[in-house]
Design a protein around this ligand. Structure first.
Ligand code: PAD
Ligand code: ZN
Length: 375
């Protein structure tokens, strides 16, 4: 059936209320407007950032269609779209690259001003909505909303990828892999022979370890309160793992002793204020670099003794591993296809899209690293 220019009715997982299961609904997906692209979803991962919206830790207006780590095929394009065409394999981008703003023009920065990360009211970049259900508009999430058989994104929020790319794996380049790997190689700029400590061994944390290893780190210490995560961390490159629950001593002191005063690089990949402070304390006072990767809980602040920085530490953070999204995603897919890195280690479960609630339960119970939902 030719769907171009028409409203498509399809299945989507709608979050109507916080801390409630997703409801599988028939939703209407409007055709793409100018400079927009409608995508048929093939695979989407479940990320902790989606769960942060379910719990309210990342505040968003409801009802919403979540999901931001995915791959699919272009179904149709709006007027003026030149960089993708129907039939192209693509990855939707949770952070756009508009090429026009001062951030996009900056050689290093990636936090494009068209991003919707801090906006509670998820909508398309023109402020309107493409989804509706039972006569109500549904909010978008990060300009991607991939928990739907079809979605509409802005052209600056989608990257065309290699025609042979396996979509059920490279979907991880849409969030976890790029975020983690880039946090190590691009944001921290991990150096050969260095010591790195990674707090939080979920999908993003494991990708940080992969980046540290690729950058030539000599020691990579994984830290997690769930010891079931250690085997995978060791498999992707950690040289040792520890649980903060195993010692009476604060974990920053344990780590300081183990690393001769502090690690060269530490990464917070949990999303908690206490682990952000512990990660900062665990990097070397004179030359350590600590990177915030986890999304902090809504409207909470840390208070900090500036002496911690005066001694020479660097504290930084980034979204999406500091990568400019449209430039980097096609290249990362090609690097994956030439075997530069593996993605299977991040995937613990594959489920049909309809079992999305089961997938979230696996994340909440700590049993999964990444669950991929297939359409
Ligand atoms: P995940 O839930 O799969 O992994 C988090 C891990 O942290 C789990 O293994 C937990 O057991 C562990 N953990 C929980 N509490 C502690 C603790 N006190 N000390 C040590 N470990 C602990 O999440 P994820 O890998 O999908 O995401 C991790 C964070 O990164 C999360 O906050 C998410 O929102 C954020 C994120 N940031 C970006 C970005 O662009 N900056 C992108 C994607 C995800
Ligand atoms: Zn994510």
């Amino acid at each position: 059936m030719d769907t171009v220019g028409k409203v498509i009715t399809c299945k989507a997982a709608v979050l109507w209320e916080h801390n409630k299961p997703f409801s599988m609904e028939d939703v209407e997906v409007a055709p793409p407007k100018a400079h927009e692209v409608r995508i048929k979803m093939v695979a989407t991962g479940i990320c902790r950032s989606d769960e942060h919206v379910v719990t309210g830790s990342l505040p968003r207006d409801l009802p919403v269609i979540l999901g931001h780590e995915a791959a699919g095929i272009v179904e149709s394009i709006g007027e003026g779209v030149t960089t993708v065409k129907p039939g192209d394999k693509v990855i939707p981008l949770p952070i756009p690259q508009c090429e026009q703003c001062s951030v996009c023009k900056h050689p290093e920065a990636n936090y494009c001003q068209m991003n919707g990360i801090e906006s509670k009211q998820g909508a398309m970049q023109d402020g309107t909505f493409r989804f509706s259900c039972r006569g109500r508009p549904l909010h978008h999430f990060l300009g991607t909303s991939t928990f739907s058989q079809f979605t509409v994104v802005n052209e600056n929020s989608v990257a065309p990828i290699h025609a042979d790319a396996p979509l059920d794996t490279v979907c991880l380049i849409g969030c976890a892999f790029s975020t983690g790997y880039g946090s190590a190689v691009k944001v921290a700029k991990v150096t050969p022979g260095s010591t790195c400590t990674v707090f939080g061994l979920g999908g993003v944390g494991l990708a940080v370890i992969m980046g540290c290893k690729a950058a030539g780190a000599a020691r990579i210490i994984g830290v997690d309160i769930n010891k079931d995560k250690f085997a995978k961390a060791m498999a992707v490159g950690a040289t040792e793992c520890l649980s903060p629950l195993d010692s009476q001593q604060p974990v920053s002191e344990v780590l300081s002793e183990r690393t001769g005063g502090g690690a060269d690089f530490t990464f917070e990949v949990v999303g908690r204020l206490d682990t952000m402070m512990t990660a900062l304390l665990s990097c070397h006072p004179a030359f350590g670099v600590s990177v915030v990767v986890g999304v902090p809980p809504n409207a909470q602040s840390l208070s900090l003794n500036p002496m911690l920085l005066l001694t020479g530490r660097t504290w930084k953070g980034a979204v999406f591993g500091g990568f400019k999204s449209r430039d980097s995603v096609p290249r990362l897919v090609e690097e994956f296809m030439t075997g530069k890195f593996k993605l299977d280690a991040l995937v613990t479960h594959v489920l049909p899209f309809e079992k999305i609630n089961e997938g979230f339960e696996l994340l909440r119970s700590g049993q999964s690293v990444r669950t991929i939902l297939t359409f």
